[in-house]
Design a protein around this ligand. Structure first.
Ligand SMILES: [Zn+2]
Length: 461
């Protein structure tokens, strides 16, 4: 049974009383979150007991056993995949994901036990309440609620709760994509581990949807020579020549390459950004060849990284003894390539820069392609309506991640993938992610659960 359509304002008023105990899906999500936080799913721990107990919860709620799958690379790294069956099994499924593993915690540095979900003065504390058990619990609650309401989606909805995101060891999404592509070939995927709402002075101002990520690439610079005794220098040594190549790489700036996601981000941010920076954002979104605007924006390291491919030397090694001329010196150059740019062209640029110093350039960690994802209208509408119903009208801003997330494995397959989290957080809270006293306000968490329920419900249609 579906909920009848309700005017957004009325629904918000119904679901979000100013105070009072959590109800329905929010109470369920809190219960699941408490269980998740109590399980130490760190690199030294295991995701398996948690995946197993969540599986039992889904089976007890009436999901057929064949739609509740425990699988993965190792006995300590089980992933859980749950299918809510749709009417039309020929439609590609819509995929929702989050990770179950967390980074460790040092209890003495916390004001509450990191392995117990604690509510104090309207704030929830616990390792993973932001990253990523809070969002994972909201997805669990949404799937269980749809099942309890008897909702039969138009097509299958898949929920994937995975291991190995934080450590990269036995990454669950990588494993599923490789070993069970039937479970990941989706119309689109929503990964509740990136993006989210932005609060300024207690008011929601923007909702970010991660739609692209820069591509990771490592390149090795190698200079070689005959070596010898340092008492008899024989011309520029490998270290001298490596230093010249490093300087050339450091002095080089890649050209501005605005992909559609970055362009929309700048257009939307321009209206919220005062002064010369806001004007430059608007100008470059209109005309990516605007050199003056590019100069203004490049002064900010984060915006510079949004505009262009970047490469920086991150490791250097050379020499074996204080009194020997080294026969070899190497450096690692870490590049973050704008999606849509050919990684080979970046390597070719580095070769050109290193050639005068006779330094060899080889690929150490090859780029995995990750094309930007364009928000489908159905998803944009569902997010817009779900926001309106839970926090009010807030602009949606697609953005490009500078780091790398699980989305890369799915985008590699050509599956449009979006980082969506319903949590609205202030900067001070965001900084506790991976840190001490990881926290989120209880009200923001409950709203995020209601947002996710609304979103899954709308995408079931
Ligand atoms: Zn995460």
């Amino acid at each position: 049974m579906r909920l009848p359509p309700v005017a957004p304002v009325l629904l918000a008023a119904l679901l979000w009383p100013a105070a009072g105990p959590a109800q329905g899906a929010t109470r369920l999500a809190r219960e699941v979150l408490a269980e998740m936080v109590s399980q130490r799913t760190t690199t030294e721990g295991s995701t398996t007991p948690l995946a197993e107990s969540l599986a039992a919860r889904f089976r007890a709620a009436g999901f057929p056993a064949e739609d509740v799958l425990l699988l993965g690379a190792g006995t300590e790294d089980r992933n859980l995949v749950v299918r809510l069956r749709g009417r039309d099994r020929t439609r590609p499924p819509r995929l929702f994901g989050a990770h179950l593993d967390v980074v460790g915690a040092e209890p003495p540095l916390w004001s509450a036990d990191p392995w117990t979900l604690t509510e104090r003065d309207g704030v929830l504390y616990g390792r993973g309440v932001q990253d990523d058990k809070g969002p994972a619990a909201s997805l669990v609650a949404a799937f269980l609620t749809l099942q309890a309401d008897g909702v039969v989606p138009a097509g299958d909805l898949l929920l994937m709760l995975t291991a190995g995101e934080e450590s990269g060891k036995n990454n669950g999404v990588d494993w599923l994509v490789t070993n069970r592509p039937d479970l990941t070939r989706a119309e689109f995927a929503i990964i509740a581990d990136a993006g989210g709402g932005e609060m300024v002075a207690g008011a929601p101002v923007a909702f970010s949807v991660q739609s692209a990520e820069k591509i990771y690439l490592d390149v090795t610079l190698t200079a070689r020579g005959p070596g010898g005794h340092s008492s008899v220098p024989n011309g520029p040594s490998p270290i001298d020549r490596l230093a010249r190549a490093i300087s050339a790489v450091g002095a080089f700036t890649f050209p501005v390459t605005l992909n559609p996601v970055a362009r929309e981000f700048l257009r939307a941010r321009a209206t919220m950004t005062p002064g010369a920076q806001g004007a430059a954002m608007a100008a470059i979104a209109r005309d990516p060849s605007d050199a003056a605007a590019a100069r203004t924006l490049s002064a900010d390291p984060a915006l510079n990284a949004l505009l262009r491919t970047t490469c920086i030397v991150s490791l250097v090694s050379g020499g074996t003894a204080p009194n020997a001329i080294p026969a070899e010196a190497t450096a690692n150059v870490n590049c973050r390539v704008i999606p849509g740019t050919e990684p080979d062209s970046v390597v070719a640029t580095l070769r050109r820069l290193a050639a005068p110093a006779q330094v060899e350039v080889t690929v150490a960690y090859p780029a995995r392609p990750s094309p930007p994802s364009v928000l489908p209208a159905v998803l944009r509408t569902a997010i817009t309506e779900s926001l309106a119903a839970t926090v009010g009208p807030v602009p949606i801003i697609p953005f490009m991640e500078m780091g790398a997330t699980d989305g890369v494995y799915l985008r590699n397959l050509g599956i449009p993938t979006f980082g969506v989290i319903g949590l609205f957080t202030a900067d001070a809270e965001l900084r506790t992610m991976h840190g001490n006293d990881e926290r989120v306000t209880a009200a923001a968490y409950d709203r995020s659960v209601e947002f996710m329920l609304q979103l899954v419900r709308r995408l079931a249609r």
